[in-house]
Design a protein around this ligand. Structure first.
Ligand code: GNR
Ligand code: NI
Length: 167
């Protein structure tokens, strides 16, 4: 297992669009294990491969209290989305910043698991929010892009300064 470095906004690599996984091979399973370890260590409730600079459609999520319910989504697709929910979001690629984002309240998702088996899942609450947040990463989108241009410009300036100081 390995901890992977997490890209931080506004790193341009966070804008890359991930490619579908052609086959769930041992390499993909190793990526899933490393991503899970990285997510748990952070700690976070989700991680998209884009955030660790791997541009493949792979997501891990664990919203459980005891961190014992890992969910893996490979080549995820939203089959349907309903309702609206406003949730305070954070992102491991935007450390220390939290803000409210409107998302669909419920989503039905189809994906492959780590064994390459197709499954479908109805999600609501934090799980639905997380799935949408992670799927955005796979198309190069970070949650701060939903903020007003002024808020985002302030945040980007602050993060660039922090990154300069960190050298
Ligand atoms: O750890 C995370 N918490 C979180 C809280 C509310 C909505 C979304 C998230 S996902 C985030 C981890 C992360 O950055 N995933 O991409
Ligand atoms: Ni994120």
């Amino acid at each position: 297992m390995a901890l992977l470095p997490i890209l931080e906004y506004p790193d341009p690599r966070l804008k890359k669009v991930a490619a579908p996984v052609a086959a769930v091979t041992a390499d993909v399973r190793k990526l899933v294990r490393d991503m899970a370890e990285t997510m748990y260590a952070a700690p976070g409730v989700g991680l998209a491969a884009t955030q660790v600079n791997v541009h493949k459609r792979v997501i891990v999520i664990d919203i459980s209290d005891h961190k014992d319910d890992l969910r893996v989504f490979i080549n995820p697709e939203i089959l349907s989305a309903e309702g609206e929910a406003l949730c305070e979001e954070g992102c491991l690629s935007v450390p220390g910043y939290y803000d409210k984002v409107t998302r669909a309240a419920r989503v039905r998702v189809r994906a492959l698991d780590e064994h390459g088996e197709t499954f479908e899942l109805d999600a609501e609450g934090l799980l639905a929010v997380c799935i949408q947040h992670e799927m955005d990463h796979l198309i190069g989108k970070v949650f701060v892009e939903y903020l007003s241009p002024l808020k985002r410009a302030r945040l980007t300036a602050k993060l660039r300064k922090k990154q300069r100081l960190a050298g």
